[in-house]
Write a new protein. Structure first.
Length: 155
């Protein structure tokens, strides 16, 4: 089942065939570049963690960003990994090498729930037989691309 959750609501699925229903730790996974780490990134990590007990984050490699989005992140991968891992909401980080490997990453990390911002709404619904898919509203106004443009204009 794919869900588009409003601000501050929680996923309620506690049926007996879910980890939550069995009283086990619920594993949540999310993905992103997290370049120029900002409040929108912190908010989604905080809200993703609130949907479970353990938050695992796939941080997109520099190569993936260049190949898929034509963008070179300002902060190198090692720093983006460290920033994400350094927040108190994140339990594990790994490198997302390919957008096409999401199914594998979800299985490998035994994720019960996939969380993405609603700029991705509908894009990952096909994973719903594998795990719950939740889209959270983006934090308004701020984005890494806007920060990049503002810095360019200011220089
Ligand atoms: N985000 C947000 N609010 C913002 C900006 C970003 O909620 N104002 C969310 C995005 O929706 C995403 C996460 O923060 O879920 C990471 O955002 P980006 O670093 O922009 O990630 P993106 O480049 O969209 O990469 O496999 C998917 C991609 O790697 C996602």
């Amino acid at each position: 089942m794919a869900l588009l959750l409003p601000e501050e609501s929680e996923s309620q699925d506690a049926s007996p065939d879910t980890r939550k229903g069995r009283g086990q730790a619920v594993r949540v996974i999310t993905f992103g570049t997290f370049d120029l780490f900002h409040i929108g990134h912190l908010n989604i990590l905080k809200r993703a963690k609130a949907l479970g007990d353990c938050l695992i984050v796939g941080v997109s490699s520099d190569e993936l960003n260049w190949r898929k989005k034509g963008v070179r992140p300002v902060f190198p991968l090692a720093e983006r990994l460290a920033l994400v891992a350094g927040t108190r909401f994140v339990d594990e980080v790994f490198v997302e090498e390919s957008l096409e490997l999401k199914g594998l990453y979800i299985r490998r990390h035994q994720a019960d729930t996939l969380v993405m911002g609603d700029d991705w709404a509908g894009k990952f619904d096909h994973f719903s037989p594998q795990c719950e898919v939740v889209y959270l509203p983006r934090t308004p106004v701020i984005s890494s691309s806007d920060i990049r443009s503002q810095l360019r204009e200011a220089s």
